[in-house]
Design a protein around this ligand. Structure first.
Ligand SMILES: *[C@@H]1O[C@H](CO)[C@@H](O)[C@H](O)[C@H]1NC(C)=O
Length: 144
C-alpha cells in the first residue's frame, strides 16, 4: 500500500513537530529530586530595606545564577558578604550537568533558584537538586 503525497507530508510534518518539541522542551531535566532546608530562617527587612544576611543571600543567588553557566566545567563556588561581618557571610555552590549548554545551564539554575525560595523560604541554609543542576547556600563553608 502506498501513501498519497498529501499523507506523506502530514506524517513527516508530525514527526518533525515531535522531534522539535522533544529537543526544546526536554533538553534538560528540572524535576526537583532532593531538597534540604535548614529549619532556622533569617530575619527580613521590611519597608524595602534588606537586612545583612538577606542581602548576601540575594546577591549570592545572582552570582550562582550567572557564573555557574559561564564556568566551562559548569560549577561555581563562592563566599560572599554584603557587609564586613561574619553574620552576613554566606557560602554558595551551583552546578549543572557538565554537558549542558551555557543557556540550558542558566535556565536550569533559574528553576533551581525558584525552587530554593519556594520550598525553603528564607532558610539560613538550603539546597535543591534538580535532574540537571543544583544550588546550595549555607552560613558555613561546606565540601562541594
Ligand atoms: C570553575 O571550574 C574550575 C574547574 O574547571 C574550578 O577550578 C574553578 O574553581 C571554578 N570556578 C569557581 C569560581 O568556582
Amino acid at each position: 500500500m502506498e501513501m498519497s503525497p498529501k499523507w506523506s507530508i502530514i506524517v513527516v510534518s508530525i514527526c518533525f513537530i515531535i522531534i522539535a518539541c522533544n529537543t526544546t522542551v526536554n533538553s534538560f531535566d528540572t524535576d526537583l529530586k532532593e531538597r534540604t532546608c535548614n529549619g532556622d530562617t533569617y530575619p527580613r527587612g521590611n519597608g524595602g530595606g534588606e537586612l545583612q544576611f538577606e542581602c548576601t543571600v540575594n546577591r549570592l543567588m545572582r552570582y550562582l545564577l550567572n557564573f555557574t553557566p559561564r564556568n566551562d566545567s559548569r560549577w561555581y563556588y563562592t563566599v560572599d558578604s554584603c557587609y564586613d561581618s561574619a553574620e552576613s557571610t554566606a557560602y554558595g555552590y551551583g552546578e549543572c550537568t557538565p554537558t549542558l549548554s551555557q543557556q540550558d545551564c542558566f535556565n536550569c539554575m533559574m528553576h533551581a533558584h525558584d525552587d530554593l525560595f519556594k520550598v525553603c523560604t528564607h532558610s539560613v541554609g538550603a539546597q535543591v537538586r534538580l535532574g540537571d543542576c543544583k544550588m546550595r547556600y549555607e552560613k558555613y563553608d561546606f565540601a562541594h
